[in-house]
Design a protein around this ligand. Structure first.
Ligand code: SAH
Length: 213
């Protein structure tokens, strides 16, 4: 399933990410451990270790490795934390989070994508990801509070239910903006309840959409 050739390609990808400015070593090591080629259809395997987003089912995309590295790094993770991901997609980002030693809950609004990815994660042994078919605008109140929330689709704004499900001192990393341009935000819920807002440049994500399909 994972060969020396794939490992070699992954090492090259890590070099490229470092060259592009990713400095967070635990994040780079987590990315080095996840066999990204197993998250694409077999015919597209050779694309897996290019630093590009790539189409998956239901007109969605697996995020670009650089974006995965940036978002994971911005989460500022500590082992054992509870992390909610909005937008399971291929499951790749969720597995990078597992490799960071955190507990992952991930929601997907496409039934087909959810079921296919849940099956894939099981098959390749990433049983640490708890997947949910649901609407990320609602979040997962049953499992709240979360230490971290990661949104991997373009949100029109910060969804209030997600903020409610965030622990004190918790952080949300979320690309906000319509169309083809989003600004990466990190929002921290401070002890006094006030929000600290930081921004980290421009990205392009598929849209976060209402409801389940
Ligand atoms: N993290 C994924 C990226 C997938 S792209 C990966 O590593 O592959 C974003 C995903 O968010 C898509 O699969 C899309 O269907 C999903 N999505 C969009 N709006 C959503 C919502 N409201 N709730 C849950 N998932 C949503």
């Amino acid at each position: 399933m994972d060969s020396y050739r794939h490992k070699g390609l992954r090492n090259q990808l890590i070099d490229e990410l470092m060259w592009k400015g990713i400095k967070d070593l635990p994040v780079l090591e987590a990315i080095r451990r996840v066999p990204r080629h197993l998250f694409l259809e077999k015919a597209f395997e050779e694309w897996a270790y290019k630093d590009n987003a790539f189409p998956i089912d239901c007109e969605q995309t697996i995020s670009q490795p650089y974006t995965v590295a940036m978002q994971t790094s911005l989460l500022d993770l500590t082992a054992k934390q509870k992390v909610l991901e909005i937008g399971l997609g291929s499951g790749y980002q969720a597995c990078v989070l597992v490799e960071m030693g955190v507990k992952v809950y991930s929601i997907e609004r496409h039934k087909h994508l959810h079921d296919k990815t849940a099956h894939r994660l099981n098959k390749i042994g990433y049983t640490g990801v708890r997947t949910f078919y649901g609407d990320g605008f609602v979040g997962l109140p049953r499992f709240a509070p979360f230490d971290r929330i990661l949104v991997t689709a373009a949100a029109p704004d910060l969804p209030v239910p997600l903020l409610d499900q965030l622990a004190i001192n918790g952080k949300i990393v979320i690309p906000i903006g319509a169309g083809n341009d989003q600004i990466m935000h990190r929002i921290t819920k401070q002890e006094d309840g006030k929000l600290k807002k930081e921004t980290f440049g421009h990205y392009r994500f598929v849209p976060m959409l209402q409801g389940m399909v």
